[in-house]
Design a protein. Structure first.
Length: 132
């Protein structure tokens, strides 16, 4: 699937269709407050999966929104066939759970960074993360 910059991949509260693998480009996952303030949860680059948690938790909805930041190519893995595959291939589920553990560590580190670092340190850290 091809997405243009600013194009929505999915919106918070939409029915969960599956997860995505970023082949090209970059996306962000975010939530909006009632006042319209955006909280970016994470950025996703090639090789990373978006929206795995709803798959593993058997969720019916996307818990956040996703938008392409650049011209992007994403592969979508439909939820129902993939959940059936996980039942027959527990090793795949184990691999996905390890990936989720890495994401949990990322959020732990991000929370610490927000509490302990200033804006300049956070921007510098992000630029290092994307290889700038």
């Amino acid at each position: 699937m091809h997405f243009q910059p600013g194009e929505a991949v999915f919106h918070e509260g939409e029915s969960y269709r599956g997860f995505f693998l970023v082949q090209e480009g970059a996306c962000k996952v975010f939530r909006l407050s009632e006042a319209g303030k955006e909280a970016v949860l994470s950025f996703f680059l090639p090789g990373q999966c978006i929206a795995l948690l709803p798959l593993l938790r058997q969720s019916d909805e996307y818990p956040a929104s996703c938008m392409a930041l650049q011209q992007s190519v994403l592969l979508r893995f439909d939820a129902q066939p993939f959940r059936a595959l996980l039942k027959h291939r527990p090793s795949i589920q184990s691999t996905l759970q390890e990936s989720m553990a890495s994401i949990a560590e990322f959020f732990r580190d991000k929370t610490s960074m927000l509490m302990l670092e200033g804006v300049e340190e956070r921007v510098t850290g992000f630029l290092r993360q994307i290889g700038a």
